[in-house]
Write a protein that binds this ligand. Structure first.
Ligand code: 3PG
Length: 208
């Protein structure tokens, strides 16, 4: 799963209010070249949406976000995800994922958290909230001591079409995540063509 994640430069961060929007959303992202999705556990529809994507689009790399407890991790795994993310580093979530053979990407923003993540075997870490935590300059500084430790980052929080290249150009950055690719409002309004267009725009920039 780690290698599969490293092949994807962009992770759309999804907040979904109606689980029946899951299939058209996944279809729109796939049409835009994104075969990965992070469905955040911020709404009651999250687990149902994950189940629907798992059933209808097995080709989609399916993850859950905002996993704040082992109980949430369990629900995410049950729904069918193969990876999970969180804004923070909860060892219980990490060990639950690892016991199920899933990959957990903990949220970090300091050297000590990076080291705790490495201790837990998490080589891919979410740098969150990336903009507020110092952006590309901070990641460049963190690469000094930590690049040789094999850790890679997925910055999210304030990442968008305008600044994504400045993150992706750093070797320590594996991918970026963002909610702008398919906003909560766009999903609620069924703006599938706009979501496909945004995904295409971002993928074109990522590949440059
Ligand atoms: C996340 O959980 O990764 C963030 O909410 C995404 O941040 P963004 O909305 O600034 O893209």
């Amino acid at each position: 799963m780690y290698d599969e994640l490293l092949k994807r430069p962009i992770i759309p961060v999804i907040v979904i209010d109606r689980e029946e929007d899951a299939e058209p959303l996944a279809e729109a992202l796939l049409a835009g070249g994104l075969d990965i999705i992070e469905v955040t556990f911020r709404t009651p529809a999250a687990a149902g949406a994950i189940k629907r994507v798992h059933r209808a689009f097995p080709e989609m790399l399916l993850g859950a976000g905002t996993l704040l407890s082992a109980e949430m991790a369990e629900r995410a795994i049950e729904a069918g995800v193969s990876f999970g993310l969180a804004p923070g580093l909860n060892p219980k979530v990490a060990s639950y994922f690892q016991s199920c053979g899933g990959l957990f990407v903990p949220g970090v923003m300091t050297p000590s958290e990076i080291e705790q993540g490495l201790e837990l075997g998490c080589r891919l870490q979410k740098f969150f909230p990336a903009g507020e935590a110092g952006g590309p300059a901070m990641l460049k500084a963190l690469a000094g001591p930590y690049a040789s430790q094999g850790v890679r980052f997925c910055p999210t929080g304030g990442v968008n079409l305008t600044n994504m290249r400045s993150y992706l150009e750093l070797p320590i950055v594996a991918s970026i995540g963002g909610s702008w690719l398919a906003t909560r409002q766009q999903i609620a309004d069924g703006e599938w063509a706009a979501i496909t267009r945004q995904a295409k725009e971002a993928m074109a920039l990522a590949r440059r």
